[in-house]
Design a protein around this ligand. Structure first.
Ligand SMILES: O=C[C@H](O)[C@@H](O)CC(=O)C(=O)O
Ligand SMILES: [Zn+2]
Length: 280
């Protein structure tokens, strides 16, 4: 079993201002989330969120602990939200097999000892994306289907931001300690996510871009609203967004992304919106 991990430190916005392209990418872009038969994860010091990808191919991949956690099992002091971004597959949680279709989510609470990710039965490409945050209470493990998500339609084709936001792991649907996760799908011809942009000083956020057609990219904007920078993001890459940063992107086509948050509250609507003409 292979688990590759790295740590990203929390960055002060005054430092961020001086970063060049390479530094921005080193600190905020996660390029390599999927490797055959392994877990690739990034431990960020922003709210200690773990951002990871799993690609089981020849057999099940186990969610093992790793030295940074200093815990026997990965979930001894954590909760995790997992979304299947590929073929229908299964995850075993302490011996119980749970089937997950494409875009279905699984919340697993603190204290579970063994999580196994299985390759799809028909040999199809299997990939899971996950976020994990520290937890101090055990909430039950629960699968959430897309139809159970709190769904809102936002934006319009005229402003190139017509999109469907599915709040999947949200406190009206499932109980969690810190985690919130959802899937936002851009309509054909729409390219802007999260515009008007916002910050939420009480929570950090991670964006994972996928379903981006070949040869297309997303230009992701981050930074304090009056001091923004951009990063070019490719399919199946993620961005770490500090609490002080906007997080908004424009694609060269439409695409889908998974957002995940951890921090001070579970109030999705706790956002400080920035009027678009005020961005700099
Ligand atoms: O804090 C919430 C997150 O940034 C996302 O839910 C926003 C989003 O999906 C969108 O507007 O496209
Ligand atoms: Zn946000």
């Amino acid at each position: 079993m292979a688990l590759h991990h790295s740590t990203r430190h929390a960055i002060h916005p005054a430092d961020f201002k001086g970063y060049d392209t390479a530094q921005l990418r080193e600190h905020f872009l996660i390029e390599d989330l999927f490797q055959k038969d392994s877990i690739q994860l990034t431990y960020t010091l922003f709210d200690r969120l773990i951002i990871g990808g799993v690609q089981p191919v020849t057999g099940p991949v186990r969610l093992d602990s790793f030295p940074t956690l200093r815990s026997e099992n990965f979930l001894d002091r954590r909760e995790i939200g997992i979304i299947n971004i590929s073929a229908d597959s299964t995850i075993t949680v302490d011996g119980e097999e749970i089937a997950l279709k494409n875009k279905e989510a699984l919340y697993i609470g603190k204290g579970v000892r063994e999580v196994l990710f299985h390759p799809a039965a028909n040999g199809a490409d299997t990939r899971f994306y996950f976020n994990s945050a520290p937890a101090h209470h055990t909430y039950p493990t629960r699968k959430v289907q897309l139809s159970e998500a709190e769904t809102v339609e936002l934006g319009s084709l005229e402003t190139s931001n017509a999109r469907t936001i599915r709040k999947v792991l949200i406190n009206s649907v499932v109980e969690t300690c810190q985690l919130q996760m959802g899937i936002t799908e851009l309509k054909t011809g729409s390219v802007w996510n999260t515009m008007p942009a916002h910050t939420h000083d009480r929570r950090m956020e991670a964006y994972f871009y996928f379903e981006l057609p070949q040869d297309q990219s997303v230009c992701h904007f981050m930074g304090e609203p009056q001091e923004t920078r951009h990063l070019w993001v490719q399919n199946q890459q993620a961005i770490i967004s500090p609490p002080w940063s906007i997080h908004s992107g424009a694609g060269t086509s439409n695409y889908t992304f998974i957002w995940g948050m951890a921090g001070e509250n579970l109030d999705y609507n706790d956002m400080d919106k920035v009027a678009t003409p005020d961005l700099k």
